[in-house]
Design a protein around this ligand. Structure first.
Ligand SMILES: Nc1ncnc2c1ncn2[C@@H]1O[C@H](COP(=O)(O)OP(=O)(O)OP(=O)(O)O)[C@@H](O)[C@H]1O
Ligand SMILES: [Mg+2]
Length: 296
């Protein structure tokens, strides 16, 4: 299910000084600008205001706890993540790798196979040091619309379709977090679909071209993750299915207190083709009592 590849697949003294430094500090927190933060602490240390240094450290610790809570909250919105550890580690490995060019990973697979979940899970595990910018391309059918959607998420206004604007933005993009940024282009289903011989998709080539040009730009701070139902030629093929054990754990989780014996549960997971979406839907139906767990 995972596709990866270079070519396709991101002092002084005085109260006013304190104020100014404090103002800088707050600004630096917002911008995650570590250098400024350390400079401020050093200055405060030099002038003997260890109480303020401690206050900053305290603030940092509290902030860390809040950020971690926030991160785990959003990743847990869809419930716990099951299995896929190898795949997850390879995605995380690529995203965390130092590269001089913009690296692109494409996760492809059938509907409900867990592409989006896998991508978000990988990003969430890196969120402490990486900035995540996600763009949902599900309803996007033209390269122009994709261009505007990406620019919109990057808070850049552009009224006309000019790929050069995107290239320059991508090339010069400086993330707000130390380790870099991940641009997640989710559900590029239609845009990567070549269509049929009778009815080719005239939008897929321009989109692939746009991505190709973007990834040849040098920016070690940016990685791009694309999820798509369409398997592209840049693929490193994997598996759509979960392994049986993880599928059973997922089914039991979604079925909550429903009593399902091991054999029945395994049979039901196989019946679902070991596809996460099917397992989730069926498990939830057991939970609300709509249907009873039984193999015919
Ligand atoms: N490894 C997993 N652990 C727990 N839940 C999962 C896992 N993989 C997928 N799911 C759940 O299964 C459902 C379908 O997954 P997801 O939306 O990621 O599929 P998809 O491949 O992106 O589908 P589509 O092609 O429609 O975009 C979601 O509710 C998701 O939370
Ligand atoms: Mg998806």
């Amino acid at each position: 299910m995972l596709q990866k590849g270079k070519h396709f697949i991101m002092a002084t003294t005085g109260i006013n000084t304190y104020r100014r430094l404090w103002h800088f500090y707050l600004k630096s927190v917002r911008k995650r600008h570590c250098a400024l933060k350390f400079a401020l602490k050093e200055k405060l240390d030099q002038i003997g205001r260890t109480d303020l240094v401690e206050a900053i450290d305290e603030y940092e610790r509290e902030r860390e706890v809040v950020v971690q809570k926030e991160n785990s909250k959003s990743s847990a919105l869809e419930g716990p993540f099951f299995g896929r550890e190898d795949l997850l580690q390879s995605v995380i490995g690529v995203l965390d790798e130092e590269q001089s060019y913009i690296h692109v990973i494409c996760i492809s697979g059938m509907p409900g196979a867990g592409k989006t979940r896998l991508a978000y899970e990988a990003c969430h595990r890196l969120l402490r040091l990486h900035q995540l910018i996600s763009v949902n391309l599900r309803e996007i059918t033209t390269v122009e619309a994709a261009f505007f959607a990406i620019l919109h998420r990057l808070n850049v206004e552009c009224k006309t379709y000019e790929p050069e604007v995107l290239f320059s933005l991508v090339k010069n993009f400086r993330p707000s977090k130390a380790a870099g940024a991940i641009l997640l282009l989710d559900s590029a289903d239609y845009l990567l679909d070549p269509g049929t011989r009778d009815k080719p998709n005239i939008n897929s080539e321009p989109f692939i071209d746009l991505i190709r040009q973007a990834i040849n730009l040098m920016n070690s701070q940016l990685k791009i993750v694309i999820t798509s139902r369409t398997v592209t030629c840049f693929s490193l093929e994997g598996d759509n299915e979960m392994n049986l054990e993880d599928g059973v754990a997922m089914m039991k989780h979604h079925a909550r207190n429903t009593d399902i014996d091991k054999d029945t549960c395994e049979g039901l997971v196989r019946f679902c083709g070991k596809i996460p979406l099917a397992i989730r839907v069926l498990g939830s139906r057991f939970q609300d009592g709509t249907i009873k767990p039984r193999i015919c």
